[in-house]
Write a protein that binds this ligand. Sequence first.
Ligand code: M6R
Length: 366
Amino acid sequence: EKGGFDHFMLKEIFEQPRSIKDTFRGRLSADLNDIHLGGLYSVLPRLVEAKRIILIGCGTSWHAALLGEYLIEELARIPVEVEYASEFRYRNPVIYPDDVVIAISQSGETADTLAAIKLAKSRGAMVLGICNVVGSSIPRETHAGVYTHAGPEIGVASTKAFTAQVTVLTMIAILLGKHRKTVTNELATTLINELGSIPAKIERILESNSKIEAIARLFKDSTNFLYLGRGYFFPVALEGALKLKEISYIHAEGYPAAEMKHGPIALIDDKMPVVVIAAKDSSYDKVVSNIQEVKARKGIVIAIVSEGDTTIKGMADYTIEIPEVHETMEGLLAVVPLQLLSYHIALMRGCNVDQPRNLAKSVTVE
Ligand code: M6R
């Protein structure tokens, strides 16, 4: 059942080229100029006209929502808010009838997310779901939605469900952008092509598995980790830190790289591993300066860089390469080495990777 892998988590990490393909299969048009999301047909006019989109979720699904905010605002120019379902449901939020709420959940059973959906519906908003488990409670409670088709995820640490959620959010952003004319036909073709290239690029990243394992060995006894990233890499930094915390029990924090100097920089010394997601994108130069700031305080830098990067290789202590792709999709690639890093560290520490202590696969109590 683990398909020759030692753990479900590793199997699910390695499944990502296929699970992402399954998630976009039949949804990208052959001429690479359109997106088809059957589950949204009936609600598309209202979605395209939405004054605001509110994305809700918990844990890793909340991280996918953050990426969704950046994607939808960039490509479709609709204001997006992201909220933890647990906060949304209890703080009497302002919800207008022309808001669209999108709930993101792998299991479709998370209690807080379900309650947040009921609240939004009671205030007249249209509520959509992005879920993995077919026929679960959230798809039944929402007006419409899109399944992620990642296949069953058994490991408590979410991996392939996350990349499938981000794949769906990318497709929604392109679809809305096309309808709102904020994405030209030419850009749509580029983006759809790039999305199609993701599975093969993840295959390439998976080839670095033993290199990542070797880096893991060096840091398995660390007590703290910092993860830094800007733009699309900020949610990825949060996700990398969460993966490490939940399965290896090492304290880790994710931050927008520029926030470092507003506090966390005080933590940096020669024992602090700092994972910086520094692949080539529009904030590359800024992140290079952030790496210099970490090095000036003797922090140990593990950088995720674009293939062929030489600038950061000269500065960082360790580098892991990822292929280049359109900036809006870089998060889908950058998260994979972080999943592997946490997997190997947890394993070397003797932790139960698939069933970490105190955690359940679906959190059906609030
Ligand atoms: O099933 P859901 O996506 O609603 O679950 C949300 C979180 O409980 C979940 O993502 C959790 O944070 C994972 N264990 C993270 O790996």
